[in-house]
Design a binder for this molecule. Structure first.
Ligand code: BTN
Length: 263
């Protein structure tokens, strides 16, 4: 227990999200944090695996925010801001958010977020959610499979320093909770903070729309406050994206290949 937070720290787990989902079903206290030094079956978005070698920060935070079902996709946006704040308070770096919830620094992926809900009927309010976060901290690109190495970075690569994983995880958990509280009390303020870190804004991207790939320009969060993302198509019209991946086009650098795999 640190600062009233229950912390379970494992040397390894298959997936901290899987463990946290089980714990939540057994009635774990909201705010409980599960950390692992590495994961053998880390889960990424869209059922991908998340490569989780030693040296990274892998944690899941159990939350029970007072939000309606329609507001739940916004939790990952709030979590993304919280992660950026903790990282920037720890290391001399600027962190950006690639919609919906990848963390980028120096034009490479530094980490990702996966929000999951226990498979129980949720009430309209007070849902339990698991916020899973994976950050490349004391690892180096050589610790990852060759096909994704050029697409990612690590805190150690960016700064030459090594960091206290447990302290960083708890700082991130604190910031995530604060940002989820901001979402509950002032959604426009939360979304404005996300927009300041929009990595895709003005960039050339590619996205699957109605079964075909289209080129577009990143154009920011939708004004309806839903947390969906707007793309300007080549014909000038705006298209709102509710789910899925937005791919960076090759002219944005070395990032295209990473879209097919995961860090
Ligand atoms: C993504 O980039 O697709 C999201 C990756 C989220 C990975 C984290 S690591 C800790 C937590 N446990 C998991 O199994 N996944 C999340």
């Amino acid at each position: 227990m640190v600062n009233d937070r229950v912390v379970h720290h494992f040397s390894s787990l298959d997936s901290t999200n899987r463990y946290a989902l089980d714990l939540a079903l057994r009635g774990a206290t909201p705010g409980t944090l599960i950390l692992a030094d590495y994961q053998t079956r880390g889960r990424g978005r869209h059922d991908r695996t998340f490569c989780s070698p030693p040296g990274g920060l892998y944690f899941s935070l159990i939350l029970q925010p007072t939000l309606n079902i329609g507001e739940r996709p916004l939790i990952s946006l709030a979590a993304g801001i919280g992660c950026c704040l903790a990282l920037e308070a720890t290391a001399p770096i600027d962190v950006f958010l690639k919609w919906p919830n990848d963390l980028f620094a120096d034009n490479r992926k530094l980490g990702g977020i996966l929000v999951e809900c226990p498979a129980v009927p949720a009430s309209a309010q007070n849902c339990t959610v698991i916020v899973g976060v994976g950050i490349n901290v004391n690892s180096v690109p050589e610790d990852f499979p060759s096909e994704i190495r050029v697409t990612l970075t690590t805190l150690k690569t960016l700064t030459g320093e090594t960091y206290d994983i447990s302290r960083l995880g708890q700082a991130m958990a604190d910031e995530i909770e604060q940002m989820v509280n901001l979402l509950i009390i002032d959604r426009p303020a939360l979304l404005a903070r996300w927009q300041e870190r929009d990595y895709l804004l003005g960039k050339s991207v590619r996205v699957r729309l109605e079964e075909r790939m289209e080129d577009a320009i990143g154009s920011g969060l939708a004004r309806d406050g839903s947390g969906s993302y707007c793309l300007k198509k080549l014909d000038g019209t705006l298209k709102k994206i509710l789910a899925g991946d937005i791919l960076l086009t090759p002219e944005n650098g070395t990032l295209h290949a990473f879209q097919e795999g995961e860090t």
